[in-house]
Design a binder for this molecule. Structure first.
Ligand code: BES
Ligand code: ZN
Ligand code: MN
Length: 491
C-alpha cells in the first residue's frame, strides 16, 4: 500500500533558517512584514528575499503561488521557495499552496517555515495528497523523498489538527491504490483480502462467498460474475463508533466490478483498459471505512461492496436472460454491459434487509452518460431527500469535490418496461444516467433516505488534477468523511 509522506511539525522558535534543509520554503503573507527570523535570512542572502518581495512577479502573484530562488548566497539550502499565502487563508488557498509545495519535495528534505500562519494542517494535507505516487509496477525505483518538516509556532496544536487529516489521506491513498491496480492483480479475491486486512483497525469484516450469495438469492449479482473465473463476493465492513452498537447505521454501498469487458454485449476494444477502474465505487467505500476507523469516528457506518468481474464466456449471462433479484423482482437482461445496476440492486437490498440503515448512499462508475452530462468535474447526485442533497452539496463545496444534483422523475421508468419481466436492465440511450438511477430506485425500501452517486467521470482522470497525479483521484473520500463528520457524528 502507498503510504502518505510523513510530515513533521516542529517549533520555529530558535531555529536558524540559513542552516536548514536542501530546500527551504518560506510561507509569507503577501502584505505582511518580515519577522525577525526572516529579516535575518534576508541579511544572510544579501537582501535577495526583500528584492523578490518587492518584485512585480511577487506582488502580482496569487495566493498559493511559489516563486523560487536557486542557490542563493549565504544559506545552506540549494533552493529557496517563497510561498504566497495570506495569514488567514481559506481552506482552498491553503490546499493550493500545499499542492504546489508537493513539486518541491527533494531527496535531501524540504523545510517549510510557516511562522504564525493559520490552516497549516490543510497545507500539509494537500502536500501529502499531491505527493501520491503509484509506482508498484515500474521496475525503476520510486523517486526518493526526503523528510518534510514544518517549522511554526505551537506545533502541538497544528499536529493535533493534522491527525484526522492524516487519517483521511490514508483513506484516499487506499482508494487510489485499489483503483489504479490492474485487474490481473486486483482480482475479486485480492480485493477481498485487502479489505480483510482492515480488521486490524477495528473494523468488523465479513466476506460472503458464492454459496452464501446463492442462499441469499442475490441472482443479479451472481449473473454478472458467472462468466468470470474470479469468484463473485460481497464484503461487509462495519464500523461501530457509538456506544449504542444497535443505533441504525449509515450504509455505504459500492460497485466493485474489477474489470468490465461488457460481457457478451462486448465493449469496443478502444479504451477498454480503462475499465480497471470500474470498482471505483467500492474503492471509495473502502477508503471512507479506513478513514473512519483510523480516526475512530463516533458513528455507526456499514460499508457493503459487490466484488465481481464482467466477462464473456460459454457460461456467461446473456441478453434475453431473465433473473429474479433478491428483492423478488424479475429483470430481463437487454445488455450485459449494464451490469453495475444489477449488482447494486442486490447489494442495496441485502444491506437494507440486514442493517435497516437510516440513510443509504451508493457509489458507482455506472454510466458513460453521466460523463456526457457532467464531464470529469462533477459526479452526478441522484437523491430522494432534499436535506440529504443539500448536506452532500455542502460537503462537496467544502472539499472542492465536484458534485451536481440530477433529476430522477418517474417519467423515465417508461423505457425500462419489459414484455417478459418486471423490468429491463437497459432503457433509452438519452437520459441514460437518470434511467440507471430509476432502475436502482426500485430497490430502495420505503422510508430509506437514499442517494446514488454516479462517479464514472471523476474516479480516474487521464491528466493530473490539483490534488492527484493522473489516474485514480480518490474522489469522494473527503466529501463523505466531511458529510459524516458534520451530520452523522455525535461529538
Ligand atoms: N462501467 C460502465 C460505465 C463507465 C463508462 C464507467 C465509462 C467509466 C467510464 C458501465 O458498466 C456501462 O457499461 N454502462 C453502460 C450502460 C448502458 C449499456 C445502458 C454505458 O454507459 O454505456
Ligand atoms: Zn461497469
Ligand atoms: Mn458495463
Amino acid at each position: 500500500m502507498t503510504t502518505p509522506l510523513p510530515i513533521d511539525f516542529r517549533d520555529s522558535a530558535n531555529i536558524e533558517l540559513a542552516a536548514l534543509g536542501q530546500r527551504l520554503a518560506l510561507i509569507i503573507d503577501p502584505a505582511g512584514k518580515l519577522d525577525l527570523q526572516l529579516r535575518k535570512l534576508d541579511t544572510a542572502t544579501r537582501k535577495s528575499l526583500s528584492r523578490l518581495l518587492a518584485s512585480e512577479s511577487w506582488t502580482s502573484s496569487r495566493p498559493g503561488t511559489i516563486l523560487s530562488l536557486g542557490f542563493p548566497a549565504g544559506i545552506a539550502s540549494e533552493q529557496l521557495l517563497i510561498v504566497n499565502l495570506p495569514m488567514r487563508p481559506s481552506v482552498d488557498e491553503a490546499r493550493t499552496a500545499g499542492a504546489a509545495l508537493a513539486a518541491h519535495v527533494a531527496p535531501g528534505g524540504l523545510a517549510i517555515f510557516a511562522g504564525h500562519h493559520a490552516r497549516i494542517e490543510e497545507v500539509a494535507h494537500a502536500l501529502a495528497l499531491r505527493s501520491y505516487h503509484f509506482g508498484d509496477h515500474k521496475t525503476a525505483a520510486a523517486p526518493a523523498r526526503g523528510q518534510v518538516v514544518f517549522y511554526l509556532r505551537h506545533p502541538e496544536v497544528v499536529a493535533r489538527a493534522a491527525s484526522p487529516l492524516a487519517a483521511l489521506a490514508e483513506g484516499v491513498f487506499f482508494t487510489r491504490d485499489l483503483v489504479n491496480e490492474p485487474a490481473n492483480i486486483l482480482t475479486t479475491s485480492e480485493f477481498a483480502s485487502r479489505i480483510a486486512g482492515m480488521a486490524d483497525l477495528g473494523l468488523k469484516i465479513e466476506i460472503l462467498e458464492e454459496d452464501d450469495l446463492r442462499a441469499l438469492g442475490m441472482n443479479l449479482l451472481l449473473a454478472v460474475g458467472e462468466g468470470s473465473v474470479t469468484p463473485t463476493k460481497v464484503a461487509v465492513m462495519q464500523w461501530t463508533g457509538l456506544p449504542d452498537s444497535d443505533a441504525p447505521p449509515l450504509a455505504l454501498i459500492g460497485k466493485g466490478v474489477v474489470f468490465d469487458t461488457g460481457g457478451i454485449s462486448l465493449k469496443n476494444p478502444g479504451g477498454m483498459e480503462d475499465m480497471t477502474m470500474d470498482m471505483g465505487g467500492a474503492a471509495l467505500v473502502c477508503g471512507v471505512m479506513r478513514t473512519l476507523a483510523l480516526r475512530r469516528a463516533r458513528v455507526n457506518v456499514v460499508g457493503v461492496v459487490g466484488l465481481v468481474e464482467n466477462m464473456p464466456a460459454g457460461n456467461a449471462y446473456r441478453p434475453g436472460d431473465v433473473f429474479t433479484s433478491m428483492k423478488g423482482d424479475t429483470v430481463e437482461i437487454i445488455s450485459t454491459d449494464a451490469e453495475g445496476r444489477l449488482l447494486l440492486a442486490d447489494v442495496m437490498w441485502y444491506a437494507q434487509q440486514r442493517f435497516k440503515p437510516a440513510v443509504m448512499i451508493d457509489f458507482a462508475t455506472l454510466t458513460g452518460n453521466i460523463i456526457a452530462a457532467l464531464g470529469a468535474e462533477y459526479a452526478g447526485l441522484f437523491c430522494n431527500d432534499d436535506t440529504l442533497t443539500s448536506r452532500m452539496m455542502g460537503a462537496s463545496r467544502t472539499e472542492s469535490e465536484g458534485l451536481w444534483p440530477m433529476p430522477m422523475p418517474p417519467a423515465f421508468d417508461e423505457s425500462l418496461k419489459s414484455n417478459v419481466a418486471d423490468v429491463k436492465n437497459k432503457g433509452a440511450v438519452q437520459g441514460g444516467a437518470i434511467i440507471a438511477a430509476r432502475f436502482l430506485s426500485r430497490f430502495v425500501q420505503p422510508g430509506t433516505l437514499w442517494a446514488h452517486v454516479d462517479i464514472a467521470g471523476v474516479a480516474s482522470l487521464s491528466r493530473d488534477s490539483r490534488l492527484a497525479p493522473r489516474g485514480a483521484t480518490g474522489w469522494g473520500v473527503a466529501l463523505i468523511n466531511r458529510l459524516i463528520q458534520e451530520h452523522f457524528e455525535k461529538s
